[in-house]
Ligand binder design. Sequence first.
Ligand code: OOG
Ligand code: NI
Length: 475
Amino acid sequence: SSHHDFADPDALRTAFTLAMSSMYKAEVPLYGTLIHIVNAVNASTRTADLDPRVLAMRHGNVASSRLDIERHGAIRLGTPYELRTVRRIFAIIGLHPVGYYNLAAAGLPMHATCFRPRSTASLKKNPFRVFTSLLRPELIRDDEARSLALKLLSKRNIFTAELINLLDLADKQGGRLTVDQGTRFVIQAMETFRWHGTAASSHDDYQLLKREHQILADIACFRSAHINHLTPRTLDISAAQEEMKSQGLKVKDRIEGPPGRNCPILLRQTSFLAIEEPVQFFTAHTLQSIESEAKLVSGSHKARFGEIEERGAAVTVAGRQLYDELLNEAMAAAESTSQNSTPEELDRQVEVAFQKYPDDWKTLRAQKLVYFTYNVTNRPLPDVKSSFTLEHLIQQGVIDITPITYEDFLPLSAAGIFRSNLGTQASSQSVDALSNEAGMEEALGAKLNSSDELYKSMENESIRLCEAELGIKII
Ligand code: OOG
Ligand code: NI
């Protein structure tokens, strides 16, 4: 092959995922433990007992399972320049910004998007995704903390010169890199997401930012946008949670998201709490003379954690509304029972509230709560040649339905994960407060994709494929 052969973005994404996974395993050894637990749980999950539709959704195509490779990560960025450059990095491995997450509702001066593959084919190969949040300085209340954070961020550069060169090169090559360039690109990109044990601030500055908000120190005091967790997907999150506990991991007190169901929806997540890592800080006096004889003081930082997830079906706008409504109902009920509602009480209230969420695929489809793809079975076409409605073909068993796997995040769960690691309290502000999607697009320098549009087009694409296969028009 010549040097003109471009690397397949999906293959580059897999190289990137594997590089990141082995880097994180070396940085956070407990992540290795977590992977062992998840692999063991997945291997011993009695898949024969699972609804084939659930299995298809959880496993992807069994012949080329996406389960083993699947990971999501999270990074926190400080400036629009960093976000724009990260967008360019991710575009090369086939990840695009999808959706808007307002974290102000969780009391965080941030908002976020998810970089992920968009097409069915690409998702099948490797659905790696990165929850990417961006600091919103205008939401930092304290003037001194705000200007210090901005000053530190304006001084740092989280991208190597070679990485920027490769990004420029990709622009000239239609957004692609050769295999050779791709290999160098993955190595250089890891530098942006690696952990650096030497801070980019003095210990005093770190303390000042941490007093304002722990997340501020995490974003502004380091030399990289360190990946703060990497999440494998499990077939059975309850079993994995128990196993994490029995192996002595400091597990979050409850699983976030919907309760366990026959027809799983959205996303259930749990995590082990952030580890404390040693950091070398410059003393305030020597910060100006880093090159010469910098004096270091030892400190520590808590940011990185382990998380696992179990994915269910993507829900429609109506399905999402019902989910939000029932979750709010459960939280209100749990709070009204006592001043300090326990995790067990919240779990109980969630179970109760979600009895109102239909739990069989037929009803979920009839009420348009979940997105489905359609595929042709081996049943013969019925004789009536007139017109074929989708409903008729499903009734006749010619076409089968499969729920589409949810590929995004849940802001409330994200807020719960953030809180469990930051030790902060929930804010009483409404979820819509302080939302600024236009500001996110402006910082990104691109439009956000709508996840609903993507799920709808996956649905439509599958119907078109059925038509082609059956040689008919489906109305
Ligand atoms: C991101 C937390 C959100 C998830 O799975 O919802 C997240 C962060 O801590 O930066 O990863
Ligand atoms: Ni996560």
